[in-house]
Write a protein that binds this ligand. Structure first.
Ligand code: GLU
Length: 425
């Protein structure tokens, strides 16, 4: 049997975290079995489906790296659904109610085996005759879903637990149509940290928000994968490729997963450390442009140096922008408390001379600035530690950060000298 899974979003909203995880599990499972992954857009609700949502879903899927092998849109297939409804009418398995077509509930056992939850049973009383084609001629979700899953030869339907009650209704449609049902796996929902349903209030829910906020797709994918599944051995950093090797539906948790922003941030920081600095330049550049800190023809080498300095010191782009603002912004002010603690008259008395010494550093590199700085400090009979901290505060507005001379090199000669002079009495 060829394994084939599908992700079937409705373009009635942005791709959210829960949907992305469903897509991910389907993708990983298909890849792990050498199977195929279908992306099917369920846009039968013409009123609520929007082109902008569809575009955003495709963009987010691509950004996450979840490429698909086949693509369908249900709005292209209305004729097909009508044909199958007609067939059921002809066979007496459905009846018409005006333009609507309604399935007579067949006598059957409403029981199925879920790959995650095991045996699931429904009370047959709860399943009534169901609408297949609505009076406006459009198919219902369950009817289009079953026709498509059957015709597309989907072998495994992996979807959110919120769809579990649709499964018996869909099994009735399979039976009426004479199609063999696929295997089902219903994935537990994602809860927020308080145990409520993930909502806007518990953090960003749209995948595009994470992209806009500067999360790496690899980190988000890794995080989503751990929401309900674990590769074992307490392993937390798992690439898609590694997950493909280890994934098993049976190991997906039965209980709901809780979303943790701090864990996602931790993972993002880990991935930032691992990403080649060259690639991170392309990653941070759009954010720096948006801030107006660099122009289209920015100095790539300078940004590379900055990225190398901060790559291990940030959990997300927000933190990167916050920590590097001093490198780009002209109107620079040292916070009052640091000024009082580290930029007293006594502490800055050598600043004039330091600026003069640094002026001779050519090129304005880490090595040359350090040599000029040391030389001046020794001449004055001072200790490096007495001077390094005040100068760092004068240059960056912060008392923590990367090495002082690396900082000087990326800040550049003009700004370095200016800020040291400005801070001296
Ligand atoms: N269009 C449905 C949704 O977005 C798909 C459900 C399914 O996977 O069967 O929830």
């Amino acid at each position: 049997m060829t394994i084939k899974t599908r992700f079937a979003p409705s373009p009635t909203g942005f791709l959210h975290i829960g949907g992305a995880r469903t897509a991910l599990f389907n993708w990983i499972y298909a890849r792990s079995q050498g199977g195929r992954f279908v992306l099917r857009i369920e846009d039968t609700d013409m009123e609520r489906s929007k082109e902008e949502y569809l575009e955003e879903i495709l963009k987010s899927m691509t950004w996450l790296g979840l490429e698909w092998d086949e693509f369908y849109k249900q709005s292209d297939r209305f004729e097909l659904y009508r044909q199958y409804a007609q067939k059921l009418l002809d066979e007496g398995k459905a009846y018409a109610d005006g333009p609507a077509v309604i399935l007579k509930m067949p006598q059957m056992q409403l029981k199925f085996f879920d790959l995650i939850r095991g045996e699931v049973e429904f009370d047959s009383e709860t399943i009534k005759d169901q609408v297949l084609i609505k009076s406006d001629g459009s198919p219902t979700y369950s009817f289009a879903c079953v026709v498509d899953d059957a015709l597309m030869e989907i072998s495994h339907v992996i979807r959110g637990e919120d769809h579990i009650s649709n499964t018996p209704k869909q099994l009735a449609i399979y039976q009426a149509l004479g199609f063999k049902p696929p295997k089902f796996a219903h994935v537990p929902l994602i809860m927020d940290e308080e145990g409520g349903r993930m909502s806007k209030r518990s953090g960003a829910t749209a995948v595009s928000d994470y992209r806009k906020n500067g999360f790496l797709p690899e980190a988000l994918v890794n995080y989503l994968m751990l929401l309900g599944w674990s590769p074992g051995d307490n392993q937390e950093i798992v690439s898609l490729q590694a997950a493909v090797k280890k994934f098993s539906i049976k190991k997906v948790n039965k209980s709901a997963a809780a979303f943790s922003m701090s864990k996602l941030k931790w993972l993002n920081a880990e991935y930032l450390k691992k990403t080649p600095a060259e690639d991170l330049v392309d990653f941070v550049a759009p954010f720096l442009k948006e801030k107006g800190w660099i122009s289209e023809d920015y100095d790539r080498n300078r940004i590379l140096n900055i990225v190398e300095l901060y790559q291990n010191r940030m959990a997300d782009i927000e933190e990167f922008l916050q920590r590097t603002a001093y490198l780009f912004q002209e109107d620079f002010e040292v916070p009052q408390d640091l000024r009082e603690r580290l930029l007293s008259q006594q502490q800055t008395r050598c600043f004039e001379d330091l600026a003069k010494a640094l002026e001779t550093a050519e090129p304005f590199s880490k090595e040359k600035t350090e040599a000029a700085f040391r030389c001046c400090v020794e001449e004055k009979g001072l200790k490096m530690s007495e001077v390094v901290h005040p100068v760092r505060v004068a240059l960056t507005g912060s008392d923590v950060g990367p090495g002082l001379f690396e900082t000087m090199a990326v800040l550049g000669k003009q700004k370095t000298l200016q800020r040291i002079q400005l801070a001296s009495f």
